[in-house]
Ligand binder design. Structure first.
Ligand code: GAR
Length: 209
């Protein structure tokens, strides 16, 4: 079986990028990270790429999506990992790579798609929050869910403490989802998640103490 090629797209600190690279050795016979792309020349993730010797394409151009398209066509990846990529991937690219793009989002989707999730969790006094890995479709943050990490929101939480807890959840679930993809265990078909060829109706949830 050939080794799957993967690329990572990011815009910020890159803690998920770093965590994925740190957890890549156990899948190296099945999936390799070939390159990364960022729309943000000041992103902390650029230094992480350099530290891991991962080629990174830093897009300074106004026309980010045509640069992204070029980058993807050069790599022709089997998996595109969005790790804090804060731009909307245009429908042409989503359709070209359908079933090959995954995203991580800092809420228990379908709750709170879009931005400012921590403020929403606090404003609504939610008992739980977490993170979601899902396949990307043209509907923002609404593609089939692969795995969620769920934690109880402690009393007295603020946005910063929620971010810490959410990153912790993200760092647990994203490598699991990538490994499942590398092992051909998950697929998106007809807008649904298939796990070992069985359609999954409700999300797989990892409860975090
Ligand atoms: C993560 O919390 C991720 O869920 C979020 O950006 C953060 C990136 O952190 N993504 C989104 O909000 C996408 N809608 P990182 O740069 O430290 O990995």
């Amino acid at each position: 079986m050939s080794i799957k090629k993967s690329v990572v797209l990011f815009s910020g600190n890159g803690s998920n990028l770093k965590n994925l690279l740190e957890n890549s050795s156990n899948i190296k016979d099945k999936l390799v990270y070939e390159g990364a792309f960022t729309n943000n020349p000041k992103a902390g993730g650029i230094e992480i790429c350099q530290n891991f010797n991962l080629d990174v394409c830093v897009c300074n151009d106004e026309d980010i999506n045509s640069e992204l398209s070029k980058f993807l066509n050069q790599h022709n990846p089997d998996l595109i990992v969005l790790a804090g990529y804060m731009k909307i991937v245009p429908p042409e690219i989503v359709n070209q790579y359908s079933g090959k793009i995954v995203n991580i989002h800092p809420s228990l989707l379908p709750k709170y798609p879009g931005l400012n999730t921590y403020a929403k969790v606090l404003a609504n006094h939610d008992v739980y929050n977490g993170a979601t890995v899902h396949f990307v479709t043209c509907d923002l943050d609404q593609g089939p869910i692969i795995i969620q990490g769920k934690y109880t929101v402690p009393n007295g939480s603020d946005e910063s403490s929620l971010q810490t807890l959410t990153h912790n959840a993200e760092h647990m679930i994203y490598p699991i989802a990538v490994k499942w993809f590398a092992d051909n265990m998950i697929k998106m078909k007809g807008g649904k998640l298939y796990f070992n060829n069985k359609m999954i109706e409700s999300p797989i949830v990892l409860l975090i103490e």
